[in-house]
Design a protein around this ligand. Structure first.
Ligand SMILES: [Zn+2]
Length: 351
């Protein structure tokens, strides 16, 4: 934290001075496409959540890697899914930041944005022992002040150039969006691992489609040619995510040691789904918002403006549920007419 504050202080000083090398390297770079040929980066926002483990299972079976832009408190609380995040890192996926509580950062002051980033960083430091250098702004919404702040904090901003629109729950359309985007040369794909339909329908389709095209999914870091050591800060005591391309399904490498227990690797490697109690679960976040949707909330004609309202994975009547897949845990079929909330609500494509 101290070094971050120092960086910010330097940034503030640089901003006051018209000519500054520091100022020139402040603004975070915005990346929307891979630079490496033959690969695609499938990315998932808004988790971790109940369905993320299924994404990991499917990617392990396919030999693919994903990038997860996680929240601290959105659909789920990250401490409740700590073992999932640890498993993702252990299996070579990349973790990026999507802020703590999914606000529209364009509405935040620099200090509020820093708090959003540092709060999630603190959680990730507890859970995986390091903090990401890649981030994606919720709603794809940001301003130049955000980029200055994020640049001073050492982040890259990751956009996408293929939009599955999976939050609209029209999965045939999402699959078409994906295929058309890939065929048009797109390479960084956005989906959300917090929706059952995305995980059960879109993810298998994307994997099959890439394989049919002779493509594979790698992390954003790999697809832009950035070495794994650069994906995180403060990872000196932790093993880097394995960049091994060996497509060994269902063989999770050793779970990332939790910070408090470096000596006893007693956990069995083939039970990654066992939710090991996290060592330092904090008290409830102070945010006043409720992470669990209240089932009794009446249908509202107007669209709620708050940006961190956790969208219900609404079981729309037309969504077929595959027999073999886990059902959504709490199918509360209320609010059918409410437009879905998603990362795209205020999205403006800024290439
Ligand atoms: Zn999001």
């Amino acid at each position: 934290m101290a070094s971050r504050l120092i960086v910010l202080a330097l940034a503030a000083a640089a901003a006051a001075s018209p000519v500054s090398r520091i100022q020139r390297r402040q603004a975070a770079s915005v990346i929307a496409s891979c630079t490496k040929p033959g690969v695609v980066a499938l990315t998932f926002d808004d988790g971790p959540f109940d369905y993320t483990e299924s994404v990991l299972d499917q990617f392990a079976a396919a030999g693919f890697k994903a990038t997860f832009f996680v929240n601290g408190d959105n659909f789920g609380n990250i401490y409740d899914h700590a073992s999932t995040v640890q498993r993702a890192v252990a299996e070579g996926h990349q973790i990026g930041s999507h802020t703590w509580s999914h606000p529209d950062i364009a509405t935040l002051s620099s200090s509020a944005l820093e708090e959003q980033m540092s709060k999630l960083d603190d959680a990730l430091a507890d859970i995986i022992g390091k903090t990401p250098t890649y981030m994606r702004p919720p709603f794809f919404s940001w301003n130049s002040q955000n980029l200055a702040t994020l640049g001073a904090l050492g982040y890259k901003v990751i956009h996408a150039d293929v939009d599955t629109l999976d939050w609209q729950f029209d999965y045939p359309a999402s699959i078409a969006n994906f295929n058309n985007g890939i065929d048009a040369g797109g390479s960084i794909v956005l989906a959300h691992d917090v929706h059952a339909g995305t995980v059960n329908t879109l993810v298998p389709a994307m994997i099959a489609s890439l394989k049919a095209r002779g493509l594979k999914s790698v992390t954003v870091g790999e697809c832009i040619g950035d070495a794994p050591v650069n994906w995180y800060k403060g990872g000196s005591t932790d093993p880097e995510p394995e960049p091994t391309p060996t497509p060994t399904p269902s063989e999770p490498s050793e779970p990332t040691p939790t910070p408090t227990e470096p000596s006893e690797p007693t956990s069995t490697p083939d039970e990654p789904s066992e939710p090991t109690p996290t060592p330092s679960k904090p008290t409830e976040p102070e945010e006043p918002y409720e992470p669990t949707p209240t089932p009794s909330k009446p249908t509202e004609p107007g669209y709620p403006e708050e940006s961190n309202y956790p969208e219900e994975p609404t079981p729309t009547s037309s969504t077929p549920t595959e027999p073999g897949y886990p059902e959504e845990p709490t199918p509360t079929p209320t609010k059918p007419s409410k437009p879905p909330h998603s990362c795209y609500k205020k999205r403006q494509l800024k290439q």
